[in-house]
Design a protein around this ligand. Structure first.
Ligand SMILES: [Zn+2]
Length: 284
């Protein structure tokens, strides 16, 4: 299916197979990836959900509107109630709207490091987690499992990489958007902890990533590609600073043509470089 999509001009980072709308703005879709493992895309954001004989495990509800659509998509494949809603991390573009599932009895689960953020930055559509955990955690339901792996601070403080049991797939939100450059100013990404987490993911045993943005499935090489882009950009920024260039001049001077094939390269390179120059100057 994806080979065909590429043949008609859909970029590899696209969330849809429509060359006119690769970001999928205004559309949504649920797709079964493995027996009982689904991905739900709402616009350019996606989650996973797992259907079991004892209920459904949902991950990021995304938004109130997205969660309402997601509930309809779940109802189309099972009568089982949603038992858990698991937050990937603390950012509002992924975790709003869980109330629609809480209303049918679901418990909201997150890493405990999300809670201080939620207490500082509440939102009317945010449901505070009912259950939190430290370190790693595993949810078991109806003979299925969802492993939650906390690699420390990287993007935010509480992000978990998720592994649906019995699959060779990881659900990775925001740490990697396959075949794209990172979002401009690298918002809430902590360097170099972010690089350490990418290396930790590369050391894991899996074949495919399901991204919180981008295509439903991308090969594991997408993680390496993201790390290599960041390392190359950091080395180039470091080189320019070491030559005595002021950090304000770095974004206009940086060149990284070997990564120009990545999605969003022209839009993001300068802002990525500025953020990295500031890291080297100030340590954050
Ligand atoms: Zn985020």
């Amino acid at each position: 299916m994806w080979v065909l999509a590429l043949a008609v001009g859909v970029p590899p980072w696209a969330a849809t197979e429509d060359p006119e709308d690769p970001y999928g703005f205004g559309s949504w879709e649920a797709r079964e990836l493995d027996g009982g493992l689904y991905t739900f895309r709402y616009g350019y954001t996606r989650n996973i959900f797992i259907v079991t004989d004892d209920g459904v495990i949902v991950t990021d509800p995304i938004s109130r509107d997205a969660a309402t659509r997601l509930r309809e998509e779940i109802r189309a494949v099972t009568d089982q109630p949603v038992r858990y809603v698991v937050y990937s991390h603390e950012h509002w573009d992924h975790v709003l709207g869980a109330q629609v599932f809480v209303d049918e009895g679901a418990k909201v689960v997150s890493h405990e490091a999300c809670v201080p953020f939620f207490e500082r930055r509440s939102h009317p559509d945010l449901v505070m987690p009912h259950q939190t955990f430290d370190g790693n955690h595993e949810i078991e339901l109806g003979g299925r499992t969802l492993e939650l792996i906390h690699l420390g601070r990287n993007h935010g403080e509480c992000l978990v990489v998720m592994r649906p049991g019995g699959t060779r797939k990881l659900f990775i939100v925001d740490l990697v958007t396959a075949h794209r450059t990172p979002l401009g100013p690298l918002p809430d990404y902590h360097l170099p902890e972010y690089l350490e987490s990418l290396r930790a993911i590369e050391a894991m045993d899996f074949d495919w990533m399901i991204g919180g943005h981008g295509p439903a499935l991308a090969p594991r090489d997408a993680v390496t590609e993201r790390r290599e882009y960041l390392e190359a950009l950091m080395a180039e920024v470091r080189r320019l600073l070491d030559e005595g260039m002021h950090w304000r001049a770095v974004p206009d001077a940086v060149e990284l043509d070997e990564f120009a094939h990545l999605g969003g390269f022209d839009q993001n390179l300068r802002d990525n470089a500025l953020r990295i120059a500031l890291y080297f100057q100030m340590g954050w």
